[in-house]
Design a protein around this ligand. Structure first.
Ligand SMILES: [Zn+2]
Length: 125
């Protein structure tokens, strides 16, 4: 369903939404979809806040005091990075990871962690 249709149904006057069984069913189904969207957005917003608030409220230290490792750990903890243990380079034959440097950072190790941006941030869901 397009967004124009989705919002159009949700904004229908109550007389129109409740006009007949079909319109009531369509309105109910669209409300259920709206609830799913709200839940998803709330979950995403929670993850973003869990990442941003500690950075901005860093106590006596400045925002610039965060180092890359701390930011990486916070991104994993808040769900913005998905940590995946790798045993072979993730960029072999996979176009979406062609620029991933994880193997170079851990060269010589038998396994290493690859930090992938959460799908919801990439809009690929
Ligand atoms: Zn990787």
């Amino acid at each position: 369903m397009s967004d124009v249709m989705f919002y159009g149904i949700l904004r229908m006057p109550i007389e129109m939404a409740m006009n007949d069984e079909l319109s009531r069913f369509q309105f109910y189904q669209t409300v259920q979809q709206a609830l799913e969207r709200i839940k998803k957005i709330e979950d995403e917003n929670k993850k973003l806040k869990e990442f941003v608030i500690p950075i901005l409220a860093h106590g006596d230290e400045c925002v610039g005091d965060w180092d890359g490792g701390e930011l990486q750990d916070l991104a994993v903890k808040s769900g913005l990075y998905i940590e995946k243990t790798m045993t072979e380079p993730c960029n072999l034959g996979r176009e979406e990871f062609v620029g991933c440097p994880c193997r170079e950072y851990c060269y010589g190790d038998e396994s290493w962690e690859c930090y992938r941006i959460a799908e919801f941030l990439l809009g690929n869901e």
